[in-house]
Design a protein around this ligand. Structure first.
Ligand code: SF4
Length: 96
């Protein structure tokens, strides 16, 4: 993710409640602080047989109970304002 258009899109994403963005050694990701609508009260998946690929590929060798995820973050934006500040610094022509 490098272009101004990429960051404009990311800005729009972090405008939403419960959405944060971070970059670690693998790339850029969103943190989505909300429950999946298919998570059942007993902790199981309500669409297990047809769950999205990202759920199928997820490995739980490591999780945030092991160590705070933030320890591996190179960049972390909790709000539109934080990310906008970064964009203005990164792109000298931002907003012009
Ligand atoms: S496995 Fe995926 S679809 Fe199922 S509850 Fe978890 S996040 Fe939701």
């Amino acid at each position: 993710m490098r272009s101004k258009a990429d960051f404009e899109h990311l800005l729009w994403q972090v405008l939403h409640e419960g959405i944060e963005a971070y970059k670690d050694s693998d790339g850029w990701y969103l943190l989505i602080h909300t429950r999946c609508s298919h998570l059942q009260k007993n902790g199981s998946c309500g669409i297990y047989d047809s769950r999205p690929a990202i759920c199928r590929e997820y490995e739980n060798e490591w999780c945030e109970y092991d160590a705070p995820a933030e320890e591996g973050f190179m960049l972390h934006f909790r709000s539109y304002e934080e990310l906008l500040k970064y964009c203005k610094k990164r792109f000298k022509t931002w907003g012009k």
